[in-house]
Design a protein. Structure first.
Ligand SMILES: C[S@@+](CC[C@H](N)C(=O)[O-])C[C@H]1O[C@@H](n2cnc3c(N)ncnc32)[C@H](O)[C@@H]1O
Length: 209
């Protein structure tokens, strides 16, 4: 159970209400129509993965966390709430400025925005100029970018860094990109361990040297 502050709990409840509404609407639409509207959706990791991320962040105090794909800030809320308690900081990258502004406003309402460095821009360009080493990475970007993002992030990983990739199981139309990510991952000599956890849309959790 996450011990939310009152301010963060209120913001979470708004996200959960929106998640419920969107999930019903999404089910009523053909996949192609849903894809066309994708910038309107939260595209959230969901509460189970959020809780996992929260616990992971609490377990690594003083960490630098990299989030690839802020969207509207749902996953950032879980990461930031834990980061504030564990003296950690987050760099969250997103291409869509409107989404990231929304995320920043919500996190300010939740009183956790100060632990997040929001960087608006293309993920691969931003990673090419990253100025720090990182301890936790959440990859939750468009799926064709998963493998290139992992390749770009490798030089910045601290010892025992944990890399989490979302949407490993659902939705199934990402299978080719997911397979490309996992084949690349499993061939890495620096990989210590990797496990597919069937929570939310399925997350691959990997530990690096
Ligand atoms: C699945 S959503 C992230 C969801 C978020 N992690 C959450 O759980 O709330 C993926 C995000 O990646 C962003 N994105 C896609 N391509 C990008 C790129 N080249 N650079 C930066 N962000 C990108 C999209 O705009 C979208 O908001």
């Amino acid at each position: 159970m996450i011990r939310w502050s009152t301010a963060a709990k209120n913001v979470l409840e708004d996200y959960l209400a929106r998640e419920k509404q969107e999930s019903e609407l999404m089910k009523s639409l053909p996949v192609s129509e849903g894809m066309q509207m994708r910038d309107q959706w939260l595209l959230q990791v969901g509460e189970d993965v959020g809780a996992f991320l929260h616990t992971l962040v609490l377990s690594k105090p003083n960490a630098t966390i990299l989030e690839l794909g802020t969207s509207y800030g749902y996953s950032t809320l879980f990461l930031a709430h834990a980061a504030k308690q564990s003296n950690s900081k987050i760099i969250s990258i997103e291409l869509n400025a409107n989404k990231q502004q929304y995320a920043q406003q919500e996190l300010a309402k939740a009183e956790v925005a100060e632990v997040v460095d929001f960087r608006c821009g293309d993920v691969l360009e931003t990673l090419a100029n990253l100025d720090m080493q990182v301890d936790i990475v959440l990859i939750d970007i468009w799926k064709e970018l998963y493998q290139p993002c992992l390749a770009s992030v490798l030089p910045y990983l601290n010892k025992a860094a944990v890399v989490i990739a979302d949407n490993m199981v659902f939705p199934p139309h990402h299978k080719d990109d997911v397979d490309r990510y996992r084949h690349y991952l499993y061939d890495l000599p620096q990989l210590k361990s990797s496990t597919l956890l069937e929570i939310g849309s399925g997350i691959e959790v990997s530990v690096f040297n």
